[in-house]
Design a protein around this ligand. Structure first.
Ligand code: ADP
Ligand code: MG
Length: 219
C-alpha cells in the first residue's frame, strides 16, 4: 500500500494565513499602507495616550468579544497617524480572527450621493451598518449634507448603538467641532438638535482621544 500525504510548505502556510487575515479587514477607499500598520511598530512619541487607549480597546475586545466595548474617536491634526492607528487596530483584531470594516467616510459620502437614484444605497448602508467592527475614517471631512448626516450616518449609528456594535472614528475635528459642522453652522444653517442627535450616538459608541505629535507626512 502506498500512502501519499501532501505537506504544505512553510511558505504556502504563511501565504494562506496572510490571505485569511487580509480577508478579515475590509477596506473602502483607505490608503494601501495601512495593510502594514502594526501596534508594535507604532512610534508612541507624544501619542502615548492614543496608543494606550488603542491597546486597551483591542485587549478588551479580544478577551471579551461578546460584551460591548466603547470604541475610540481619534481626533488630532492632519498627519499625526490617526488612520495608521485604526489600521493597526484592525490588523491586530484580524490576527485574533475578528473582522473589521474601514471606510474613508468622505469618499463614501460622495459615492452614496452619486448613487441616490439607483437601488444600491440602502443595501450598501445595510451592509456597512452590520459590520462586526466598523471604523469610519475622516468623519467631518465630507462636504456637509443633511441627507448624509440623517439618512446615511444617522442610520448607521442608530443601528450600531441599538445592537451595541464596536465603532471607531477618526477626525480632524474635535467632538465639539464636529457638532458645529453637523449643525451646518458654516453654511448658515442651525440644525443643532439634528447634530446633537448624531453626536449622542457617536458619544455612546466611542470616547474622544486626542492624537498628538508631529505631522508624519512631512518627515
Ligand atoms: P492622519 O490620519 O492622522 O492624517 P496618517 O495615519 O495618514 O495620519 O499618517 C500620516 C503618515 O505617517 C502615513 O504615511 C503613515 O503611514 C505614517 N505614520 C503614522 N503613524 C506612524 C507611526 N506610528 N509609525 C510610523 N509611521 C507612521
Ligand atoms: Mg487620516
Amino acid at each position: 500500500m502506498i500512502d501519499v500525504a501532501y505537506e504544505p510548505t512553510r511558505g504556502k502556510v504563511q501565504a494562506d494565513e496572510g490571505r485569511a487575515k487580509a480577508a478579515l479587514v475590509t477596506t473602502m477607499n483607505m490608503p494601501k499602507a495601512i495593510a502594514n500598520a502594526r501596534l508594535e511598530d507604532y512610534d508612541a512619541t507624544d501619542r502615548v495616550v492614543a496608543l494606550n487607549e488603542a491597546t486597551n480597546f483591542v485587549v478588551a475586545q479580544t478577551t471579551d468579544p461578546t460584551t460591548f466595548h466603547q470604541g475610540l474617536y481619534l481626533t488630532g491634526p492632519f498627519g499625526v497617524g490617526k488612520t495608521y492607528l485604526i489600521g493597526a487596530i484592525a490588523n491586530y483584531l484580524a490576527d485574533q480572527n475578528q473582522a473589521s470594516t474601514l471606510l474613508h467616510f468622505p469618499t463614501f459620502a460622495v459615492e452614496m450621493k452619486a448613487a441616490i437614484s439607483d437601488q444600491k444605497v440602502v443595501p450598501t448602508i445595510n451592509r456597512i451598518k452590520r459590520a462586526p467592527i466598523l471604523m469610519l475614517d475622516d468623519i467631518g471631512a465630507e462636504s456637509f449634507s443633511p441627507w448624509i448626516r440623517d439618512e446615511v450616518l444617522g442610520i448607521i449609528l442608530q443601528y450600531r448603538m441599538q445592537e451595541e456594535l464596536p465603532t471607531l472614528f477618526t477626525s480632524n475635528k474635535t467632538m465639539a467641532e464636529l457638532t458645529e459642522f453637523l449643525a451646518g453652522n458654516d453654511r448658515g444653517d442651525d440644525e443643532l438638535p439634528k447634530a446633537q442627535r448624531i453626536m449622542q450616538r457617536i458619544q455612546y459608541l466611542s470616547r474622544e482621544v486626542t492624537v498628538g505629535g508631529i505631522n508624519r507626512r512631512l518627515s
